[in-house]
Design a binder for this molecule. Sequence first.
Ligand SMILES: [Zn+2]
Ligand SMILES: [Zn+2]
Length: 421
Amino acid sequence: MKAILDHVGIAVDDLEQALTFYRDALGLDVQPAEDVPEQRVRVHAVQTGGAALELLEATDEASPIARHLARRGPGLHHITLRVDDLRAALAHLRARGVRLVDDEPRQGAEGSLIAFIHPAAARGVLVELKQARPARSALTPARLPWGRLTLTTLHDGLFGLDGGAMFGVVPRTLWAAEAPPDDRNRILLAMRPLVVEGEWGHLLIDCGAGDKMPAKQREIYGLDRTRHLDHALADVGLSADAIDLVLATHLHFDHFGGATRRSPDGRLLPRFANARYRIRRAEWHDATHPHERNRASYLPDDFLPLQEAGVVDFYEDDGAIVPGVRVVRTGGHTGQHQIVFVESDGKTAVFAADLIPTIAHIRDAWVMGYDLFPMETLAFKKRFIREAIEREYLIFFEHDPVVAAGYIREKNGRRFVEPVL
Ligand SMILES: [Zn+2]
Ligand SMILES: [Zn+2]
């Protein structure tokens, strides 16, 4: 089993005093504090090269840190080892009779999975195992001026879909190297709505999966909403009420589930109270007339309540939604799937939705098994990516767990993404 030291956790009872040593005397770089409410701790990460130190403060009496301080006083609390596959690591340890605190992985911060080994097994040291994916900063919302417009990439948390279905005819040995699957063969995916801001207001493209999914489905899709769209909006000083227009690339639940919410009394309401929703009429038709192949992806609770609330504006064809923002039908993934061009002062950004869901999908033949018309996807994608390379379009990858946006480049016949956000 390969394990890499990730960080060392140190319980502190007096932060100021701890800082006079770690920050002032040693001169180390102490990061801004991060609260982890589920564990009732406040974490001050200290950069020390490869592995970090974490100064841990209890935020209330019931915190494990408070209990540790009461029993043993300040000092070493735990060490954290990073492993590639946490489930496999736990099975490996269990088979060797190692006493575990957590038999199953549980959710840690920023989409990571964690589990504790009992201190009795590790000669008195509490050992945390962690499977870190994606990178820590991968879901950080970011703003980018774009001519006279502003682009803000958000996120609605993480989820997982079957790796085989995500890559269609591509053999597992190839795609698993790009997107390592978990023990249920799911690969980690993000949901990244985009806000375009212009003099006409705030336009939101897609809105993630939202909160309505029942526990069983949440579990199937590994939906991790410890950080979701409300957090992302707040991080950039926005709220749901600031959105004036919502645009759907298509009505699949991972793109449009967040369009509605359930009120405390059980009614389904538009999530963005001040917004009009722009939906392509033919996509609405397909979503409301599902068949066996797409029924699991179209959930009526995501869109029918919008029509009942009278907030939907339908449009028929490709064209401008607001000045600088236009939609282009790609078909392929769904009959009416579309991508969104954002153009200002000669710069072009494209929200590629499920045409190029992750950076691994920049290869022409890497087309999702989910696509209803894969040959249509292939034809559109070949033409589009060629154009995107030549004209330097900034591409937004809605489902990539690490890269929100970047330029597709080609050198010596090799295609790659130069990340920007
Ligand atoms: Zn889709
Ligand atoms: Zn999707």
